[in-house]
Design a protein around this ligand. Structure first.
Ligand SMILES: O=C(O)CCC(=O)C(=O)O
Ligand SMILES: [Fe+2]
Length: 230
């Protein structure tokens, strides 16, 4: 299948929610999905970092508040950074970092903000399984930290999600630790998903790999002075 042609990103904007989210279903083809998954799963074991509820891989370097020592991103992965770069959603900056997260069915991620280190655009490619990404509004209560469920996105396998503005900086996001998702009224992008996903139905989860693709500022590269006689 040929690449999806995207000439106007605004036609992918998710409506009726605060700014800004763009959702592109079938951003990568099934053949591309299989190729990416096979490259991720053929990485050596030490490439994985095991957390208590999921495991991850870093590509492009380890981000740090002082910057990042840039590592070359292999071409099987860089293709997708180029494809996202061509959408021009990062102010001309090329994405240079990929966080791979693996979630088995029943695994998730706690509510969080991604933090100011990353340029305020997050892009996520989902592979292998759908998932529901929940957005939580922080409540203005000085005595108690609490949130309320604002809306959700259904992230289909092979889709791309782009988050900016308040969806980056104000609303927390999380993935619940469940083995099946109910497609409830809170899902804001269902009209942009395949019609196999029917509102009200329950969809079992499989293992999902996500690629969170971002621009990390302040990168440096190590320069080796080999044979430098003085
Ligand atoms: O897997 C996802 O879609 C979300 C991952 C995430 O929120 C993060 O890595 O900060
Ligand atoms: Fe996040």
């Amino acid at each position: 299948m040929a690449n999806k042609v995207i000439d106007n990103i605004n036609s992918f904007k998710v409506s009726n929610i605060p700014p800004s989210a763009f959702y592109i279903s079938e951003f990568v083809s099934t053949a591309e999905e299989n190729a990416i998954l096979s490259n991720i799963y053929s990485a050596p074991k030490p490439k994985w970092t095991q957390l208590s509820n999921r495991r991850l891989q870093n590509w492009g370097g380890i981000p740090h508040s002082k910057g990042m020592i840039a590592e070359t991103i292999p071409s099987w992965l860089d293709t997708y950074l180029e494809r996202i770069h061509s959408l021009n959603v990062m102010d001309g900056k090329k994405p240079n970092h990929v966080l791979v997260n693996e979630y088995m069915s029943g695994q998730g991620i706690m509510p969080h903000l991604d933090g100011s280190l990353f340029y305020p655009t997050i892009t996520t490619i989902s592979l292998g399984s759908h998932i529901i990404l929940k957005f939580l509004e922080p409540n203005e209560d000085e005595n108690e930290v609490s949130t309320s469920h604002a809306f959700s996105f259904l992230l289909e396998p092979r889709s791309l999600l782009i988050l900016q503005d308040e969806l980056f900086s104000h609303y927390l996001h999380c993935i619940e630790e469940v083995t099946a998702d109910i497609l409830d009224d809170k899902i804001a992008n269902l009209n942009k998903c395949s019609d196999t996903y029917i509102r009200g139905s329950t969809v079992p989860r499989d293992t999902r790999i996500s690629l969170t693709i971002r621009h990390v500022p302040k990168t440096t590269t190590f320069k080796l002075n080999i044979g430098n006689k003085r």
